[in-house]
Design a protein around this ligand. Structure first.
Ligand code: ZN
Length: 362
């Protein structure tokens, strides 16, 4: 499966200047090529190359391979839309291939620039490093105007493992107070995360009220920190879930939450939490880690998972007494709501015809 990595580059001031001049040169050339392509309707990379290479090589400060990448960049951009002439910003991202880019020892990238090859350190987390060796294709050099920082964007094609046969498929419910609860009753607590989220939220509110420049700067920093913290937590919990499944030779069932926005019963607080992207990220992490580790993942219909009784099957909104607690109006079974949901998710997964069919033949 393919995932995109985003590595932060740490150029010195001088290096950053050269990087920017390089991007500018590339985009100048792309604009020139783009005008030509549009006017003469020469959109294909090889046709452009044939007509323009010699002339460009003579006039451009870029190396021949950089020029080739610019031909490709212009041609690619016209793939989806040929109705207007395309204009590239001065700092628009530039693709690099292996002839003009490589990774070096000690978290350094060697990048072709107008000043020749430059070695620039980059920041790489423990998770990112694992995927780096599966890099596929080109690397984009990106300058973020917003954060004034440099990045490398690259795609990694991570090999998937055939899922191992699993007798047991516990359900996992993603929640607010408990980030994840499984149907064995194990809780992956979100308390520290939730506290920190509230802390960040309060801080943002305070900073938003102040309209000073310093407050704005701090606000930006805070939101970056919050985002990194959330990502770290999601990596951590997804890793715990997948390694537990692996250890116990189980699969895993989670809810299909793609339709969650329509769910009117979500309380206001829950909605803001569901929409902040964190849930999507956690689910994404769980999905690709499962694929990588060969853990069988079942994605099930979320309808009624929070209001069905796992003991007697009674489905009623009133079974859910509050955000935290479940108590069946028919049989009196009561438990933590997240645990109940996890049990229901497991049931839905196991009761699906596809599941029993593959178990019988397998
Ligand atoms: Zn019941």
């Amino acid at each position: 499966m393919k995932i995109t990595l985003n590595l932060k580059l740490k150029p010195t001031e001088d290096q950053a200047k050269v990087l920017f001049e390089t991007l500018e040169s590339c985009n100048d050339l792309c604009n020139e090529l783009s005008r030509f392509a549009f006017e003469t309707k020469t959109f294909g990379q090889f046709s452009l190359h044939k007509v323009k290479y010699r002339e460009t090589r003579g006039s451009s400060p870029l190396s021949s391979q950089m020029i080739v990448r610019c031909f490709a960049k212009v041609s690619d951009s016209y793939r989806s839309d040929r109705t207007t002439v395309h204009v590239f910003r001065k700092g628009a991202a530039q693709p690099y291939d292996d002839r003009i880019f490589s990774f070096k020892e000690g978290d350094q990238a060697s990048i072709w620039t107008l000043a020749g090859r430059m070695k620039i350190p980059f920041v790489c987390g423990e998770h990112q490093r694992k995927y780096l060796r599966f890099r596929k294709g080109e690397v984009d050099l990106v300058y973020s105007k917003h954060s004034k920082k440099w990045f490398l964007n690259l795609v990694c094609d991570i090999p998937e493992q055939e899922p191992e046969f699993s007798e047991k498929v516990p359900g996992v419910d993603f929640g607010i107070v408990n980030i994840a609860t499984d149907s064995d009753g194990e809780v992956f607590s979100g308390a520290p995360v939730e506290n920190k989220r509230i802390w960040y939220q309060e801080r943002r509110k305070r900073l938003q009220k102040k309209k000073t420049k310093a407050a704005k700067r701090r606000l930006k920093k805070t939101s970056g920190k919050q985002h990194r913290f959330q990502t770290w937590v999601n990596h951590n919990i997804s890793k715990q879930l997948v390694s537990k499944a692996k250890r116990t030779r189980s699969g895993m069932a989670i809810e299909d939450l793609s339709g969650i926005r329509e769910e009117v019963t979500a309380s206001k607080g829950q909605r803001s939490r569901l929409h902040n992207g964190s849930f999507g990220q956690l689910r994404f992490f769980v999905s690709y880690k499962s694929l990588m580790e060969g853990v069988e993942l079942h994605v099930v219909d979320p309808r009624n998972t929070s209001r069905s009784c796992p003991e007697c099957g009674c489905v009623d909104k009133k079974n859910r007494k509050s955000q935290e607690s479940f108590s069946c109006i028919a049989c009196g079974y009561s438990a933590l709501a997240d645990y109940v949901a996890a049990q229901n998710i497991a049931k839905v997964a196991v009761n699906r015809p596809e599941f029993s069919a593959c178990r019988k033949t397998g």
